[in-house]
Ligand binder design. Structure first.
Ligand SMILES: *Cc1c(COP(=O)(O)O)cnc(C)c1O
Length: 364
């Protein structure tokens, strides 16, 4: 049996440190805020090379709060890719704006930068590039378009911890960026957790206020009405233990990807394409096959886990039915949705296991 991700293997490798830090938080009975949260914000900002990091409850909140902080709301349109986790478009709707879907690149699966401009209207206020599967979008082009049309950029980095484009980390290109630390992400907490990052001090204050009931440093001084979205102290303590390992875990994921690349038969399987000048952190290793259901059946029989990210492109989800989109509106997404398959990938996955999975797929 090969799992899709193995969080236990990772925990076992750092068990003493994790247990000690959780115990420290409990001993201090400081469960919300405090030093651990402050230090994680500093350490994560330093890791990315940004000025501000504001932790929050989860990645979806991070997107929503950033949109709000950038004054995006009713009547506005925000461009999002047709393939992502629902949080991306959901956050846009949550602030009262309209998510406008754009098709993705046929081999890199991130938003097709060449199709963004035709989707811009006088209501467009922002673009949310999603650095999907662990690879960043074509940021140069997206930045150019944003500048030309005076649009804000909010990067969705939930799958791209440590990913780089031209030597700079995901999240450092836009006005702000959202990170998720959902347990299965490349840097995962032991529950829900998220963060917003940016370089603008005013925007950082606004995000902090929105996520802390409108307060800044002083209790009972509420500058605006916000909400309650905080990272638990225990999660911050866990993430502080894990952050120093992130680079080595990323390298291990990249090795797994190289093994798959080598073992999979390129004439039958479309393997991931890595954008030039960028580093892929392989949150997911997504292949494409023509006979997916047969491959799935063979994997099932051999007790090898897999997943599909995502079986339904966002515009075709039931909740967006009223948009009336048809397959031809998003030809690439409509085609690849039936071919994509995410194979097991995690830092502890062994070469022999990758070989076994690849061999099985080649045979089908
Ligand atoms: C996981 C994820 C999110 C949301 O993160 P949560 O912490 O689960 O709210 C947003 N966008 C993408 C692309 C994701 O993969």
């Amino acid at each position: 049996m090969i799992p899709f991700v193995d969080l236990k293997a990772q925990y076992d490798s750092i068990k003493d440190q994790i247990d000690t830090s959780i115990k420290r938080v409990i001993d201090n009975t400081s469960f919300i805020g405090g030093k651990e949260v402050e230090l994680f914000e500093e350490e994560f900002a330093a890791f990315l090379g940004v000025k501000h990091c504001i932790t929050c409850g989860n990645g979806t909140d991070a997107l929503e709060i950033l949109l709000k902080a950038l004054d995006i709301g009713y009547g506005d349109e925000v461009i999002v890719p047709a393939i992502s986790w629902i949080s991306t478009s959901e956050a846009v709707s949550s602030v009262g704006a309209k998510a406008v879907f754009v098709d993705v690149n046929e081999y890199k699966y991130t938003i097709d930068e060449d199709k963004i401009e035709e989707s811009i209207t006088r209501f467009t206020k922002a673009i949310i590039p999603v650095h999907l599967y662990g690879q960043m979008c074509e940021m140069d082009t997206i930045l150019k378009i944003a500048k030309k049309y005076k649009l804000k950029i909010i990067e969705d980095c939930a799958q791209a911890h440590g990913a780089e484009y031209k030597g700079m980390k995901a999240g450092t290109f836009g006005n702000g960026a959202a990170y998720s630390f959902f347990p299965g992400k490349n840097l995962g907490a032991y529950g829900d957790a998220g963060a917003m990052i940016c370089n603008d001090a005013d925007l950082a204050d606004k995000c902090r206020m929105l996520s802390r009931h409108g307060q800044l440093d002083q209790k009972h001084v509420h500058f605006i009405e916000g909400r309650n979205s905080r990272m638990d102290t225990i999660q911050a303590a866990i993430l502080r233990v894990k952050l120093p390992y992130l680079n080595q875990w990323t390298v291990s994921r990249q090795h797994v990807a190289i093994w798959y690349d080598d073992y999979l038969d390129n004439s039958k399987v479309i393997i991931p394409t890595i954008r030039e000048n960028s580093t892929h952190v392989f949150h997911l290793y997504v292949i494409r096959v023509q006979n997916r259901s047969e491959v799935q059946k063979a994997l099932d029989e051999s007790k090898i886990s897999y997943a599909v990210h995502y079986p339904t492109p966002l515009p075709f989800l039931t909740c967006y039915k009223n948009r009336g989109h048809v397959a031809d509106d998003f030809p690439v997404s409509s085609k690849v949705k039936d071919e994509i398959l995410s194979l097991p990938i995690y830092p502890e996955l062994k070469r022999a296991e990758v070989k076994k999975i690849s061999k099985l797929i080649n045979e089908v």
